[in-house]
Design a protein around this ligand. Structure first.
Ligand SMILES: [Zn+2]
Length: 427
């Protein structure tokens, strides 16, 4: 099977000189870059990408696919359908499934369900501790051998510094990044939104920025001491970003990601008590959002990850205090980034591809991905930079509908998604 992607504008930070090339895909790999004026090979299929951007496949390194255990919210199959429609060729499901992905059998099960769905690649993230209860380390080596690409107790941050230190020592030996949801529960417990002026006005219990920042500082110190790679999940506060920036300058092996809602919404959105504005970390105030945007611009932030967290409508219909944390985000991520970052001049096209592909591939050591160089895996995201579209929640491929972006208008969309040389989505 030979595919030629012609006339597109290639965006690959690893090969910036090759923007005008046609791309030849053979047997699931990028086999050559061909100058449009040169003789073109005989192929089975040609995709005319005139006016479109051709990028290495986008990787969402932080999603919740709810399988096994909560298939009424999402399955690996429906989550992957949402992923490829959003332009993602790979997704990394967090281990807070039921049971928790803390062993090789569940890691393998998740990968197999991904293969059965045959849409996006599924690269699971294993738990740091058994059942993510923070007490006993999970079998990292076995999970890695089964295909896990990182470890995290996302949603249930490891409270004990001693356990976290041992976890990082092991993770370093196994060459697994530790993805860290930073939240000190002694400061955030009972909180349902950002602690500040708005939480006071609304009479809702707040989660202070300090809860995130104190945990980041602790774990950066542990990372420094152990030499493990720490990847901070969904940074959302000014102080958290400053801590990461300082740590990077100091040479600590740290990267971080941001979720699209943290560069587009503030705690003002909570004013209507819409439970689709409830997530952890919470939507912060304007000064934190400004710090997030500055950190995207100056590359302190390495990746954009949706933190796609499906919940059933009945649960999100509860009052604000009782509703679960989290929103879906696989289908709105790129629209938000293109509209709010690219077209507002905050990032370049190359940066967009770094944030969505090159950097996640590097952090997770997904060799052969994150670039379109000859020999790489033919995971390709094709974007229409001028597509004007409106996100309609009821049309989502996800099983859940908990998005605050219903009816939002975007400029820029994924129009075709190719995984291993095969089209898995066309708009
Ligand atoms: Zn989290």
């Amino acid at each position: 099977m030979k595919l030629l992607i012609s006339n597109g504008h290639l965006v690959d930070p690893a090969a910036p000189e090759n923007t005008g090339m046609n791309l030849l895909v053979e047997n699931g790999r990028v086999s050559a870059w061909i100058r449009p004026g040169d003789a073109q090979p005989e192929v089975d299929e040609t995709f005319d990408a005139s006016g479109l951007l051709v990028a290495p496949g986008f990787i969402d390194m932080h999603v919740h696919l709810r399988e096994p255990g909560q298939e009424h919210k999402e399955t690996i199959s429906t989550g992957c359908a949402a992923a490829v429609a959003g332009g993602f060729t790979s997704v990394c499901p967090m281990p807070n499934t039921s049971p928790v992905n803390d062993n090789a059998a569940i890691t393998r099960y998740m990968i197999e369900q991904g293969e059965r769905a045959s849409l996006a690649n599924v690269f699971p993230i294993g738990a740091i501790t058994k059942s993510s209860d923070g007490s006993e380390l999970a079998e990292m080596g076995e999970m890695k051998a089964a295909g896990a690409v990182a470890v995290s107790d996302d949603g249930r941050p490891v409270p004990n510094a001693g356990i976290m230190r041992r976890a990082m020592q092991y993770a370093k030996d196994f060459e697994l990044p530790v993805i860290d949801h930073c939240e000190d529960r002694s400061l955030s417990a009972g909180g349902v939104m950002h602690e500040g002026r708005i939480s006071l006005l609304l009479g809702l219990k707040g989660m202070p920025a300090l809860a995130e920042e104190i945990d980041i500082v602790r774990d950066l110190l542990i990372a420094k001491e152990t030499g493990a790679h720490i990847h901070i999940a969904h940074v959302s506060t000014k102080g958290a970003i400053e801590a990461v920036r300082r740590a990077k300058n100091e040479g600590i092996s740290v990267t971080c990601e941001v979720a699209p809602h943290h560069f587009t919404l503030t705690d003002r959105s909570v004013e209507g008590y819409d439970t689709n504005t409830k997530m952890a970390p919470p939507l912060r105030s304007e000064q934190h959002l400004e710090a997030v945007i500055e950190a995207i611009k100056d590359r302190t932030i390495d990746a954009i990850a949706s933190d796609h967290a499906p919940h059933h409508a009945d649960e999100k219909a509860l009052e604000y205090d009782k509703a679960p944390f989290g929103i879906i985000g696989l289908e709105t991520s790129i629209g938000l980034a293109m509209t709010e970052l690219l077209y507002k001049g905050i990032i370049s096209l190359e940066q967009l591809v770094e944030l969505y592909s090159a950097n996640p591939a590097k952090i997770l050591r997904l060799g052969g991905r994150g670039t379109l160089k000859a020999g790489s895996v033919a995971d390709i995201t094709i974007l229409d930079p001028d597509c004007q579209w409106t996100y309609i929640n009821s049309e989502s491929r996800s099983k859940s509908r908990n998005s605050p972006f219903d009816g939002r208008e975007f400029r820029g969309a994924a129009v075709a998604t190719i995984v291993g040389g095969r089209f898995v989505f066309k708009r």
